[in-house]
Design a protein around this ligand. Structure first.
Ligand SMILES: Nc1nc2c(c(=O)[nH]1)N[C@H]1C(S)=C(S)[C@@H](COP(=O)(O)OP(=O)(O)OC[C@H]3O[C@@H](n4cnc5c(N)ncnc54)[C@H](O)[C@@H]3O)O[C@H]1N2
Ligand code: MOO
Length: 395
């Protein structure tokens, strides 16, 4: 049953087509970190709403330089001085306070000498009109788009939404991700092992890998290599995405696909031109997107990084769901690549990336030491030390 391997780009496009973005809800700006804006966030106010002092000192008229002045009042943040300021007058002012009407410049207190109401210049003073003043609208004006639909709600963007007048933002609801490890040999981490058993690690890796994404995890734990048990578990899944690991290959115990199909799943593709991660499967079970990841721990990591994370971002409304690659200088020669795009575990040493000597997809220590994956296109020719290579940085 030799199928041609699907190129990664095509697999990605087909995977994204399997699901719709989750419904829109509004959430507090306090709890929206890491989501994606479901609509443009437009400024409800102008910031700053009036001219403000950027320093502690005295609000003056620049034309009155070099003084002296008479201090007629005080303006502090939240406590403006609303009377008009005439020629020869100054108002004590603090950072963030509104400039009183009539003033246009702030003399910093380090360059002023005060004696009662009398104020003298004691230094160079402001070099120009408007010095130390934040003009109304310096940051943004009411009606301007602060965050575009599809942009990630980073800490800075959430602060921007808040100062733009928003207490809540529209987002797509969290993506419900069911995660199931499969394999008779697997035992929950930390539990005693009998002969032939292995601690389950893919579930731990996946939960951690999704830690920064807006997901609600449904941990299905470890499922045995038995059709009835797999079918019962799959039929009961209520999630936007069902991720399985293991049992995806062609062995006699690789039962994930038949069990899914028995539940009514439609498999869209299986096997992609990727190393590690060739036997990845994608499809749908009702409204649930299925992602069957290979069991080898590094293959599961690579496919989750390349497909699961972008899928979650896409279902969450991201306009740019794909992982960001970068360029790096190769620290050693690499041989020509074969027919699958290769994501080689690599570490940056003295500013150059070096691939681990053994690239076996079972080796978690090699993965744990890697800070990036070197991307080698299918059929890429040999590459020499000093050349630029595309890398996928790892968090
Ligand atoms: N005849 C062929 N054999 C294999 C092929 C092939 O094309 N023809 N593909 C190989 C490739 S590539 C991969 S990748 C693996 C994927 O196999 P499965 O998805 O069926 O994975 P398993 O056989 O269930 O497990 C592989 C390996 O990983 C360990 N494992 C599985 N799940 C976990 C887990 N949750 N935590 C820790 N370790 C796990 C499992 O014990 C196995 O050692 O197939 C190749 N074979
Ligand atoms: O593609 Mo498998 O993931 O090489 O080990």
């Amino acid at each position: 049953m030799n199928q041609p391997l699907l190129p990664i780009d095509e697999a990605m496009a087909r995977l994204f087509a399997l699901g719709d973005s989750t419904p829109v809800e509004t959430v507090s700006v306090r709890t929206a970190a890491g989501r994606w804006a479901a609509a443009d966030v437009v400024a409800l106010r102008t910031q700053p709403v009036c001219d403000l002092s950027a320093m502690d000192g005295y609000a003056i008229r620049f034309d009155d330089m070099p003084g002296p002045w008479t201090v007629t009042g005080e303006s502090a943040a939240g406590h403006p001085f609303s009377a008009s300021v005439g020629s020869g007058e100054a108002v004590r002012i603090f950072t963030g306070a509104a400039l009183p009407p009539g003033t246009d410049t702030v003399l910093v207190q380090e360059e002023a000498a005060r004696d009662g109401d009398r104020l003298l210049l004691d230094g160079e003073g402001p070099a120009h009109r408007g010095r130390n003043v934040r003009k109304r609208g310096l940051d943004f004006h009411e009606g301007e788009t602060l965050i575009a639909a599809g942009e990630r709600l980073t800490p800075a963007r959430l602060a921007l939404a808040a100062v733009g007048g928003h207490g809540v933002v529209p987002v797509h609801r969290q993506v419900r991700v069911a995660i199931a490890a499969t394999g008779d040999e697997l035992v929950p981490p930390g539990e005693p092992l009998s002969s032939g058993q292995l601690p389950e690690s893919n579930g731990t890796m996946l939960i951690a890998l999704l830690g920064d994404l807006p997901v609600e995890i449904r941990d299905l734990g470890i499922l045995p290599d038995r059709r009835d048990a797999l079918e019962a578990a799959f039929a009961a899944v209520d999630a936007d995405i069902l991720v399985t690991t293991g049992g995806a290959s062609v062995g006699d115990h690789d039962l994930v696909r038949p069990a899914l199909e028995a539940c009514g799943a439609v498999i869209d593709f299986w096997k992609i031109a990727l190393r590690p991660g060739k036997p990845m499967m994608a499809g749908t079970l009702g409204r649930t997107v299925l992602l069957g990841l290979p069991g080898n721990p590094v293959s599961a990591f690579a496919t989750a990084t390349l497909f699961l994370r972008p899928l979650i971002a896409a279902l969450s409304g991201a306009s740019d769901p794909m992982p960001r690659t970068q360029w790096a200088v190769l620290g050693e020669d690499l041989p020509a690549n074969g027919p699958r795009t290769d994501y080689m575990r690599a570490a940056t040493i003295d500013g150059r990336v070096r691939a681990a000597a053994i690239q076996d997809s079972s080796m978690l220590r090699t993965l744990a030491r890697a800070d990036c994956l070197i991307i080698r296109a299918a059929q890429a020719p040999a590459a020499s030390a000093g050349e630029s290579v595309e890398i996928l940085p790892l968090a």
